[in-house]
Each structure stands twice: as C-alpha cells, then as structure tokens.
Design a protein around this ligand. Structure first.
Ligand code: ATP
Ligand code: MG
Length: 499
C-alpha cells in the first residue's frame, strides 16, 4: 500500500486538471437539463468571468477591466498554473505526519500565498473558489467533490469528461461539472480504483470499487467505453435509509412494513426483485436490520454496500480476477464457503450467476431467513430468471425438480420499482405458495395499484392488501409475531403519499 506521500505524488504527477465548472458559489452545481442551456442565475459565478462582469457592472467595474482578458480558458490556465506551483511547494515529507485537518489548512495557506504572490486579478469569491478547487484536486476527487458533498444527489454518472449527470430526488439531471479532458477524468478514476487496491487500464478496462463513505463505484474505460472513461457512483446516504424513511417517502405502508419485518424475524426466505437502481439493496439492508442480534449473519457481495448494524456479522466480498484472469473469487465460491461458517442467516447482495443454486440449497437446508436480491421486473420474471441462472450454472436438474426446490426455498418475493416520477415503491409483496403440476403458484399479498398521473407528472395510486392472508401467517404466529389481523383486509387501501 502506497504511503499518503507517495499517493499524493502519484495522483498529482501526470495530467494537470481543470474543471470547466468551478462550483461552491453557494448555488448548486446542478442544473436541470432544460435549464442548463439557458443563462441561469444558478450557474456558477466564475464559470464565465465576463458574464459576472455583465451582471454586476456597477460593483465590479474596476475589477472587470482588469479581468476582461481572463476568459473561461484563461481562468482554468490560471488554476492549472497554481496547481503545479502548489505541488512544487508542498513539503511531501511533512504531509506524512500531518493530520487531515492540518493538511487541509496548510494547503489553503499555501494556495492563498501563491494567489497573493502571483497578484492574480481575482475577487474574494473567485479566490475562495480557486482554493476550494485546488484542495479538492489534491486531496479529493476534483470536480466530483461538490457533487459528493451534496446529500440530495443519489447517483453520479460521468459519460466522458464533458457529460456529468446526477440523480436527484429520483430525477436525472445534467450538471455543469466538467473535467479538463479524458486524461484528467482517468486520473480521478485511477485515484478511486487504486484506493481499494484495484486497477484499471487498457488491459483491464472495467473495475468496481467503493468510496470511503461506502458509495459504490463502477468504472469502464476505452476501448470498451467508446466515448471516453465512464463512471457511475451510487451514493449511499451516510445514514442509510430506514423503514421509517421508506414509509415517509410513500414507498410502502406501515402494514406492509410490519409484515416484512415480521417475516424476517420469523425466518422467511425473501428475495427482493427489481430493476436497476430500483432500491433493491436499500430494502435488503433494511430487511436485514430485523434479523435478531443473537443470530450469526454472513453477508456476501460483489461490492460491499450493506451496512448491517448487528454485532455478529461476517462480511465477504468477491474478488475480480487479475489481468491473467487468475485469482478471481466468485460469488458462488463465497456462498459455498459461507455454509462452512456456521451462519444462521446468509445475506447475498444480488444473485446473478451460478450461486443461485447454492443459495436455494442453503435456504432449504437450515439457513432459513436468508435474504437476497435479483434483477427482474416482476415476481414472475424473478422466478424465470432463477431458472435461467440455474441452467446457466451447468446444473442439470429437471425443470420440475428445480421448481420444487424454488418453492421449498423461497417464501416471499418483494418487487420494488422506480416509477416514472422517480419515486421508488414496493409494488408487490408476492408469496410463493406451491405447485400445480409443473407450474409454481404464487399469490399477491399487497400490491400498489396505479390510478393515473397528476398534471405535474406524479404517479397517483394506492397500496392495497389483496385480501389474501399469507400462508406464512401461521409461521409468524408460531414465532410469536403479532400482526394486526385486519391488515390483509382489502378495504384498507392507503394512498401512495407519506403515511
Ligand atoms: N424508497 C426509496 N425512496 C427514495 N430513494 C430510494 C428508495 N430506495 C432506494 N433509494 C435510493 O435509490 C438509489 C438506488 O438504490 P439501491 O442501490 O438500493 O438500488 P438497487 O436496485 O440495489 O440498484 P442496482 O440495480 O444498481 O444494484 C440509492 O441512492 C438509494 O438511496
Ligand atoms: Mg443494488
């Protein structure tokens, strides 16, 4: 592992940087796609010094004369020059011994000194902005830092150096954030990936990683990504969402929450099914929180995202193969291994390969109450996908036998969806009840029924119990879980708003 000193030297040695959209003016760096084309008051003040001068003629007349020649490019050149000089001036040996706070303030001091020495024609706001940007570049992830600091952003998507999108409150919007060029973006990607001991280069152009705050990162670069280095960062709330948050957001009703919590406590095997970014991992994390403290939990993930609060948790993470395609440890190997670790519960981040058969077997053999997610759009699709994954794993089970395994293993499929208005909801709690002939039979316990869309695009609908009492209810009772007997009454529909 490189020392901090080496890392800073390495991170900052190659390409110089510039960010087309300095931020931190107090306004958000994010502008909706439609608004970004038009001149916007929210646009960062120093992204075009001339426009600042136009808007604020009286106040900055003198300064604007001095700065007339500094256009957008000039501004970036100025910062690039400062960055270089700053790096020359940092005493990398002293950096080693400094605390994070001390290092930050030392950088600020040095940057301030440099701006003074160079007599740069900047106003106070620009001065502060340059210092922030320099600090982000040297200690953090450059232009991504303001986005990472914004708690309302749930996803950051970088498609090459000039196209940065974010998801905020369920909606995808384009930002003004830019990287200098692809090399600059590559440097940031490299910084992220090397922090977790992984590598990305032309020979191995894909990597998963995570940020220190737990956010999940995927990077894919040319030649696989045709339009430049591409980065996706799935932000995780520093304080993960809880069931109460989901209810407050109208993702499910209290009755549904109580049922799911009870199911977890009573050791139902549960699969959370949903599309990309629909909230599967979030719900898995929340469901896992209902596993009692006295049980031993093993979690298995491709990229560790779960944040379990219990004490007795063993966390496992797969390892991608190295450049010679060696040394990889698959999800399947970890699931198999976990069975020898005396787990009470196995929580698998997502089944997407041969591990599904091991997971089914585990669920059937003494590891009741195991939880996982699967990528599918309906509970029926989830079942189909499980069958596909099993057959892809090379397991040659007759279909009926396989389905019997599935029926014996899985109690509930919880379907999550990201709706057209960006909200995420549990749209079905579906129970697997048995088989009729070769066919698996299921029944919905709760559904979300869409009634329409409001003028402003909001989805209107209701959560409804279907009136069916789950077959699992007896097991709930045996486990001492008391649920409101009326909760399955179909007249108890609740609107989709916060409850
Ligand atoms: N009910 C919800 N309401 C609002 N935001 C949510 C909800 N559930 C999840 N989120 C947010 O949505 C984003 C995606 O959630 P999550 O990572 O759980 O999805 P996922 O289905 O596991 O995605 P992937 O398919 O990429 O693994 C996260 O930022 C999460 O905080
Ligand atoms: Mg996920």
């Amino acid at each position: 592992m490189a020392t901090l000193k080496e890392q800073i030297a390495q991170w900052n040695s190659a390409t110089l940087w510039r960010a087309d959209a300095p931020t931190g003016t107090g306004a958000s760096p994010v502008a909706p796609v439609a608004a970004s084309a038009a001149p916007s008051v929210a646009a960062p003040a120093i992204s075009a010094v001339t426009s600042v001068a136009q808007h604020d003629l009286a106040a900055s007349k003198a300064a604007s004369v001095a700065r007339e020649s500094i256009d957008r490019d000039g501004y970036f050149e100025m910062k690039t020059m400062l960055h270089q000089k700053l790096l020359q001036r940092i005493d990398l040996t002293a950096v080693e011994t400094m605390s994070g706070d001390r290092l930050q303030s030392r950088l600020r001091e040095l940057a301030h000194q440099l701006i003074e020495e160079e007599q740069l024609p900047v106003n106070q706001q620009e001065h502060d902005q340059i210092i922030d940007d320099l600090q982000h570049e040297i200690l953090g992830l450059g232009p991504l830092e303001p986005l990472l600091a914004d708690p309302t952003i749930s996803e950051i998507m970088v498609n090459g150096s000039k196209n940065v999108f974010v998801e905020r409150r369920g909606q995808i919007v384009r930002t003004d954030v830019r990287f200098n060029d692809d090399a600059h973006l590559m440097k940031i990607i490299d910084k992220i990936v090397s922090r977790v001991g992984r590598r990305i280069d032309e020979a191995s152009p894909m990597a998963d990683a995570r940020l220190p705050d737990g956010s999940r990162v995927n990077a894919i670069i040319p030649p696989l990504a045709l339009d430049g280095p591409t980065l996706c960062i799935r932000r995780f709330a520093v304080v993960p969402l809880q069931m109460a948050d989901l209810m407050a957001k109208g993702a499910l009703t209290r009755d549904m929450a109580n049922l799911l919590a009870g199911m977890v406590k009573a050791k139902a095997n549960i699969i959370v099914s949903g599309g990309t970014g629909s909230g599967k991992t979030t719900l898995l994390n929340i469901l896992s929180s209902y596993i009692p403290e006295n049980e031993r939990i093993v979690t298995i993930e491709d990229t560790a995202e779960l944040q379990l609060q219990q004490d007795h948790v063993v966390r496992l993470e797969t390892r991608p193969p190295n450049i010679e395609e060696k040394g990889g440890i698959s999800m399947r190997a970890l699931v198999k291994n976990s069975l020898r670790m005396r787990p009470d519960r196995i929580v698998v981040g997502e089944v997407r390969g041969g591990e599904v058969i091991d997971m089914l077997q585990a669920m059937n053999t003494g590891h009741k109450g195991s939880l996982t997610t699967i990528h599918a759009n309906t509970p029926q699709d989830a079942l189909g996908r499980i069958e596909n994954l099993v057959s892809l794993s090379g397991m040659n089970l007759p279909i009926k036998a396989l389905r019997q395994q599935v029926v014996a293993a899985i109690n509930i499929i919880v379907q999550v969806n990201r709706l057209s208005d960006g909200t995420r909801k549990i749209i079905k709690i579906n129970e697997i009840t048995g088989m009729e002939g070769d066919i698996i039979t299921t029944q919905d316990i709760f559904i979300f029924e869409v009634e329409g869309t409001s003028a402003d695009g909001k989805v209107i609908g209701k959560f409804k119990p279907t009136g069916v009492r789950p077959a699992f209810a007896d097991q709930l009772q045996k486990a001492g879980i008391v649920l409101d007997q009326n909760m399955f009454d179909p007249d108890r529909a609740s609107a989709s708003g916060p409850n």
